[in-house]
Design a protein around this ligand. Structure first.
Ligand SMILES: Nc1ncnc2c1ncn2[C@@H]1O[C@H](COP(=O)(O)OP(=O)(O)OP(=O)(O)O)[C@@H](O)[C@H]1O
Length: 453
């Protein structure tokens, strides 16, 4: 049975939400190496968007925020049908997008446009600004002749502040600055009168000095043209300035979503907290506590079990999905801080464990020397050195076996979004059944709870 939709974010009062995404999935099959294919081996699947649900109200700006690889672009592209979603549903003004054929998608795309990150790559260097901005009008057969094309292009250029527009028509992208190019890209995006813009990192490639001007332009356009935005960024600082609501993505899933003000004032998910703490503080006298996530975002083809953030989470505990890969990560981090000789000696005691495809109640760590008791003593020693390391909360039991150590794990639980009326977050620390200190904090999502004001 498909999981219950995370309905915490339905637009208020609207019988047909402007955009409604329910349990959307976009998975990519990895082709693997030639050898993999010859051997018929499955190289795996990247769950770029995994069971994502949200609503977007008309006129709203929803930010999609997360590190590189969290699935922001794939989610945006899936909504426009530029990438085919593999499951779930996404409706635009009531019309289902998932599974729509290409001609119908093309018609819809006149109303839903994308602004890409790199204005230098988005404009064809061999086309004049008039040709580039007018191109969608021709494709969608919205021109009655050259004069009409020019009139519409001029109007779009004026709207984005490229004025007087006539002076830009015959220029090539190479004649424009970065900010002017991005204005031309935005002109091309609005020339068909769309109602939704998916803006994918629209200012990240621009000089600091022009970023705020382009964002200000986008806000002005939103108000004057009645646009709705999906704003994709890795930058929580600009998202705060720009968005009504924000969804934080991690490895293809929304881990927190809610009103921007509430999310900044009281972030509930440890990942959101860490991202916010990583925003550089403009005041040099004000030192922020640093609690950054450890390590890199994991391989999306082999995501961690339970809560995908648990290996980097400073507050992870027993049900978060601990597994043998976490033990190997812990050992690698330990060895990186040791003298070479000590590291080698310890490394020599530990064999290579089998990494299972899914959760397993018990894992086996081979003892390279064949002496399971010695390996157990080593692991117990490591635990005693740092008993507060979150990893150990996931270990139910450690035993010496024949030539190995057996590790029993607490069963992983995948967190679901829970809300407090303004934000919803998917973290076991908010679940009173798993974390009694959370009692009364948040409850499971319900349809009327965290709708945007
Ligand atoms: N066409 C594709 N085929 C296979 N994997 C893909 C494809 N497109 C994206 N991915 C993978 O899907 C995951 C999400 O990628 P996506 O580009 O959506 O993330 P992102 O958050 O937008 O990252 P960035 O900020 O770097 O653009 C990544 O692991 C990426 O490698």
């Amino acid at each position: 049975m498909p999981p219950k939709p995370d309905v915490t974010t339905e637009a208020p009062g609207a019988a047909t939400p402007f955009i409604s995404v329910k349990n959307l999935r976009t998975y990519f099959e990895i082709r693997g190496s030639v050898v993999d294919r010859l051997m018929g081996r499955d190289a795996g699947t990247v769950k770029a968007v995994d069971d994502v649900s949200f609503d977007l109200a008309k006129g709203e700006v929803l930010g999609l925020v997360g590190e590189s690889g969290s699935g922001k672009s794939t989610l945006g592209r899936s909504l426009l049908g530029l990438v085919r979603a593999t499951g779930g549903s996404a409706t635009f003004e009531g019309q289902e997008i998932v599974g729509l054929d290409e001609p119908a998608l093309r018609r819809l795309r006149a109303r839903m446009q994308m602004v890409f990150q790199d204005p230098h790559a988005a404009l064809n260097p061999a086309m004049t600004i008039e040709q580039s901005v007018g191109h969608p009008l021709k494709i969608h057969k919205r021109v009655k002749g050259p004069n009409d094309l020019r009139r519409q292009v001029v109007a779009a250029l004026e709207r984005v502040g490229l004025s007087p527009a006539e002076t830009y028509l015959d220029k090539y992208p190479g004649d424009l600055s970065g900010g002017q190019k991005q204005r031309a890209v935005i002109a091309r995006a609005i020339v068909l009168d769309p109602v939704l813009l998916v803006a994918d990192e629209p200012v990240s490639m621009l000089d600091m000095s022009v970023r705020s001007k382009i964002l200000k332009l986008m806000i002005d356009l939103k108000d004057s043209l009645g646009l709705t935005y999906l704003y994709i960024t890795h930058d929580l600082a600009t998202a705060k300035f720009f968005c009504d609501r924000i969804a934080i993505l991690y490895l293809g899933r929304i881990v927190e979503i809610g009103e921007a003000r509430a999310l900044y004032a009281d972030p509930r998910h440890p990942y959101t907290q860490a991202l916010l703490e990583a925003i550089p503080d403009p005041d040099p006298n004000h030192t922020l506590p640093r609690n950054l996530p450890r390590g890199e975002i994991p391989d999306a083809a082999k995501p961690p079990h339970g809560c995908a953030f648990h290996p980097r989470c400073p507050r992870a505990f027993a049900p978060c999905g601990w597994e043998i890969r976490d033990l190997m990560g812990l050992l690698e981090a330990r060895w990186a801080g040791m003298a070479e000789a000590d590291h080698r000696a310890e490394r020599a005691l530990i064999g290579t464990p089998k990494i299972p495809d899914g959760p397993e109640p018990t894992s086996r760590l081979p003892a390279a020397s064949g002496d399971g008791a010695a390996l157990l003593a080593l692991l117990e020693g490591i635990r005693a050195e740092n008993p507060d390391e979150p990893f150990w909360t996931g270990v139910k039991a450690l035993r010496a076996g024949a030539g190995q150590v057996e590790i029993d794990w607490h069963a992983p639980v995948t967190p679901r979004l829970r809300h407090d009326g303004k934000t919803a977050a998917a973290c076991h620390l908010l679940d009173p059944e798993l974390w009694p200190q959370a009692a009364g904090a948040l409850s499971e999502a319900d349809p009327s709870a965290t709708a945007p004001a």
